[in-house]
Design a protein around this ligand. Structure first.
Ligand code: SF4
Length: 268
């Protein structure tokens, strides 16, 4: 069974150079949904071995599973395709890692319980945008269906163990974005922020990236909602413990990073 591994994870497997604390995996085959920002979307003509601006490499899970267990966490990104739920179970059953995360679209409670049984301690959910932009962004199901799923997931994984992904810069108003984050924290979820990244071949390829000042403001608000404090380090990548996803939103050549991946990263 093949899985896609992120460029950073691939370099560790091939050259033993570790640039992230988490190993990142992605299901093969592309997604049936039509999210307009996403390279995996059915609407995208971009190479399906890209997610955001990161290149991923197909490898046999059996051949790489021992490398994966040397990371602090393994994070599996799912797509919507025929049999994706069964494949998730098979992939997780083969990985012997201390900590596992799965990012998934709405599924049954029975599958959530199975994921927990297979060692998943944090769940990711790509809500991605606010209610008023749902159709324009092309998200599957409905906003309310996702919110109900997030509540069900919090019941299974516990408070603050469900990270809801939000993309800043899809055209949302600041007020609706902040209200959405407040609602998510009030139901026991956490928020992981991404900066919108235009990728060639996607319907949103010509949209602009969000201004950094706006992103910084949203990062500070998220940090305060999460911890109750203001902090100088609000700009670190937000997500599960050990989540870093380096250069997911920006090129290594960019002088300023939207998300700073490591605590000891030197600001240039
Ligand atoms: S559901 Fe997720 S993987 Fe599928 S197109 Fe939307 S963002 Fe991409």
């Amino acid at each position: 069974m093949k899985v896609l591994v992120s460029a950073g994870t691939y370099y560790f497997i091939k050259k033993q150079i570790k640039i992230s604390n988490t190993a990142y995996l992605l299901q093969t085959g592309g997604c049936r949904a039509s999210c307009k920002f996403c390279t995996q979307s059915a609407l995208s003509t971009a190479d399906k071995t890209y997610l955001s601006r990161v290149k991923w490499y197909p490898l046999e899970l059996e051949e790489i599973k021992d490398y994966l267990s040397t990371f602090d966490r393994v994070c599996l990104q799912t797509v919507i395709k025929e049999g994706f739920e069964d494949e998730v179970i098979k992939v997780l059953s083969k990985i012997n890692s201390r900590h596992k995360s799965v990012t998934i679209t709405p599924v049954s409670d029975a599958l959530l319980l199975k994921l927990k049984e297979l060692g998943v301690d944090y769940l990711g959910v790509g809500l991605d945008t606010v209610k008023s932009l749902w159709k324009e962004v092309g998200k599957p199901y409905s906003f309310d269906y996702y919110m109900d799923f997030i509540k069900r997931a919090v019941k299974v994984f516990g408070a603050r163990h469900v990270y809801v992904h939000l993309i800043v810069g899809l055209g949302e108003s600041e007020g609706e974005l902040v209200n959405t984050m407040e609602e998510l924290y009030s139901i026991g979820a956490e928020v992981a922020l991404f900066a919108f990244t235009p990728v060639k071949g996607t319907p949103f390829e010509s949209k602009q990236r969000p201004p950094l000042e706006y992103y910084r403001k949203i990062q500070k608000i998220r940090y305060r909602l999460s911890t109750g404090k203001d902090s100088e380090i609000a700009f670190l990548t937000s997500g599960c413990p050990s989540c870093d996803r380096p250069y997911y939103n920006e090129s290594p050549l960019d002088r300023t990073l939207y998300n700073i991946p490591l605590r000891d990263f030197k600001w240039s």
